[in-house]
Design a protein around this ligand. Structure first.
Ligand code: HPA
Ligand code: ZN
Length: 329
């Protein structure tokens, strides 16, 4: 079995960030929106560094206007993701890009994404769940509207709440109200931290937001006591090595701390984050882990078991995915 065929669990995938650049360019053309500045001569997304990545990402969202656009986006992303063996994915979706935080509008977008996930499960054999995501640099007030959308629509598709965006904006406690609201609605929580900032950001995120998973979290490696705490609490890191290398959070694959994190007993998973932006796929991530660190089928089986255990889906879904993972053993 090749790495591509191997069934996989992917927990950290931004829906808009997974949009193939051709899909976004085509949609922009249909709607007469000029976002040519975000593409290079080959038609790939073009940006330099994390801040520009975020603004390019937001510009790429401009042609995504209607619930039907999100139906098409979800289908396009799942078709691509399934090609790389992913049988279960969780995707970050933001009400900020789906009706601006209005709960009524959000329900319509959510309905479109849910329909797409059902159709993609039938057509491509991939199961998708959604994590409603606040955008940190839009500020704590806007985060509350995202949390409200999450709390009001928890259900078969919406299974978690999280936060992405510019990590250096504010401190975790500034967003505690939103995370409390989502937790009280019964949603499990994840937050990007320790991608850019140091171990203190990871520690504060765990303490002040009560998350069960951390997006990236790689800079926790700088603090052995924190690593021990993460391992002891069983907090799962959603590690995205290819993203870290391309954005410059680490200098190269060889220096990525994923092995140190794993050796410290931290539960780790592997994801692509925003695959077309980072010229990656789940197959490429596995190929690079194999090439750089000598990882093989057993290492990847553990990653996927950790991912499935940490997934926010219900137990019936977890059991169904477990069978798909086992069938390939
Ligand atoms: N970090 C923070 N915010 C993001 C990312 C990321 O890697 N991808 C999309 N939004
Ligand atoms: Zn991310």
């Amino acid at each position: 079995m090749t790495f591509q065929d191997m069934p996989k669990v992917e927990l950290h995938l931004h829906l808009e960030g997974a949009a193939p650049s051709k899909f976004i360019a085509g949609l922009a053309q249909e709607k007469n929106i000029d976002i040519s500045k975000i593409f290079d001569a080959k038609g790939d997304y073009a940006y330099d560094g994390f801040d520009e990545f975020l603004s390019t990402y937001e510009a790429a969202c401009e042609p995504l206007k209607t619930p039907q656009d999100f139906y098409r986006l979800t289908m396009a992303v799942l078709e691509e993701t399934a090609k790389h063996g992913v049988v279960y994915a969780e995707t970050f979706v933001s009400p900020d890009f789906c009706g601006g935080g209005d709960v009524g509008a959000w329900r319509e977008y959510l309905d479109a994404m849910t329909r797409a996930s059902v159709d993609a499960e039938r057509d491509f054999g991939i199961t998708l769940r959604g994590i409603v995501t606040a955008i940190r640099h839009f500020g704590p007030e806007q985060a509350k509207t995202a949390a409200r959308c999450a709390a009001e629509t928890k259900g078969d598709f919406v299974v978690g709440f999280g936060m992405a965006g510019a990590e250096m904006v504010g401190r975790p406690k500034d967003y505690a109200y939103s995370f409390d609201m989502a937790r009280e609605a019964g949603l499990p929580l994840t937050c990007h931290a320790g991608e850019w900032d140091g171990p203190d950001m990871v520690a504060d995120t765990i303490r002040d937001l009560g998350v069960s998973r951390i997006g990236h979290g790689i800079n926790a490696v700088q603090d052995p006591k924190l690593l021990a705490e993460i391992a002891e609490k069983g907090i799962v890191l959603e590690v995205c090595p290819g993203s870290n290398v391309v954005l410059g959070a680490v200098p190269d694959w060889q220096s990525h701390p994923i092995v140190k994190l794993r050796d410290a007993g931290v539960p780790i998973t592997v994801s692509t984050d925003d695959p077309p932006f980072f010229h990656t796929t789940m197959t490429y991530e596995y190929d690079m882990l194999a090439k750089t660190f000598g990882w093989g089928a057993e290492d990847f089986a553990v990653l996927n078991q950790t991912g499935l255990k940490a997934a926010y889906c219900d137990d019936a879904t977890r059991a169904m995915i477990a069978k798909k993972l086992e069938a390939a053993q």
